[in-house]
Design a protein around this ligand. Structure first.
Ligand code: AMP
Length: 117
């Protein structure tokens, strides 16, 4: 746990978040400032700054957790299309320095632009 890290504080339940589900290694919350309907974040419980800091042994659970989140959110929003996005480092737009993966369910004409299209 890193002091002054908002996602560490959510992991330890020191501050509240809208948690969709959690398992031993990860939790999934709704983004506080959603860019699209259903915008959520997959976050490791331990503090890792970027993707490169995540230990190999967590890779499988990261993908499984992400898949479960996508399926739940697709059901909720009624559309199966989605983007996965992760900002790593300040130049890449990372604001919260605790790794997180954005799950962005997509709707036709929702106005979201990923930057790689
Ligand atoms: P970034 O670091 O740029 O990939 O984005 C950080 C994301 O975390 C933004 O989309 C924020 O809206 C989101 N965020 C920041 N604080 C919270 C919070 N307390 N609960 C949920 N989402 C948050």
């Amino acid at each position: 746990m890193k002091e002054d890290c908002v996602f560490c504080k959510i992991a330890s339940k020191e501050i509240k978040a809208d948690i969709i589900f959690e398992n031993d290694d990860f939790f999934v919350i709704r983004d506080i400032s959603p860019k699209v309907k259903g915008h959520s974040l997959v976050i490791p419980k331990k503090h890792f700054v970027t993707f490169l800091d995540i230990p190999t042994k967590l890779y499988e659970n990261l993908l499984k957790t992400t898949k479960k989140a996508v399926n739940l959110l697709s059901k909720e929003t009624g559309n199966k299309d989605f983007n996965l996005l992760t900002n790593n480092g300040p130049v890449a737009g990372q604001i919260v320095n605790h790794f997180h993966l954005h799950v962005l369910p997509r709707q036709k004409n929702d106005g979201f632009r990923c930057g790689v299209d």
